[in-house]
Design a protein. Structure first.
Length: 132
């Protein structure tokens, strides 16, 4: 968690990130690493002098989106944060469709048709303007 979270004032000394060598990591810790330890996070940690070689093979292989639970709770009003998260996941997966297998067109559809002589409804220049 960032400084300032979990009751630590900004700049407070954080506990070391290393897991003791004789203590195996549990399922919850593995899930956190696999979900959030992106290549960008590893690069940022390395830039701060933290050795990430022990977790170099962990983390997602694609970019991820992080949505604060409070945002989800504002949209999905559950009795608890867990219930709100459950509603969110159900909503996100309810209409899941398989990715389109058709190739994307190389040009936008509008470029395929020639422009209309009327344009956006303006009078054409082939007649005199109307007068009142």
């Amino acid at each position: 968690m960032a400084n300032g979270m979990m009751g630590n004032p900004m700049g407070a000394q954080q506990p070391p990130m290393e897991q003791p060598m004789n203590t195996p990591m549990g399922g919850a810790e593995d899930a956190v690493l696999d979900m959030h330890l992106t290549e960008d996070v590893k690069k940022a940690l390395s830039a701060k002098g933290i050795d990430v070689s022990a977790v170099a093979d962990r983390g997602p292989k694609e970019p991820v989106v992080v949505i604060p639970v409070s945002i989800i709770m504002n949209k999905y009003r559950g009795a608890s944060p867990e219930e709100s998260m459950k509603q969110f996941v159900q909503d996100m997966t309810a209409n899941a469709e398989a990715p389109a297998t058709e190739p994307m067109p190389t040009q936008p559809a509008m470029a395929e048709a020639p422009p209309s002589p009327e344009g956006l409804g303006a009078p054409t220049m082939d007649r005199p303007p109307m007068t009142a």
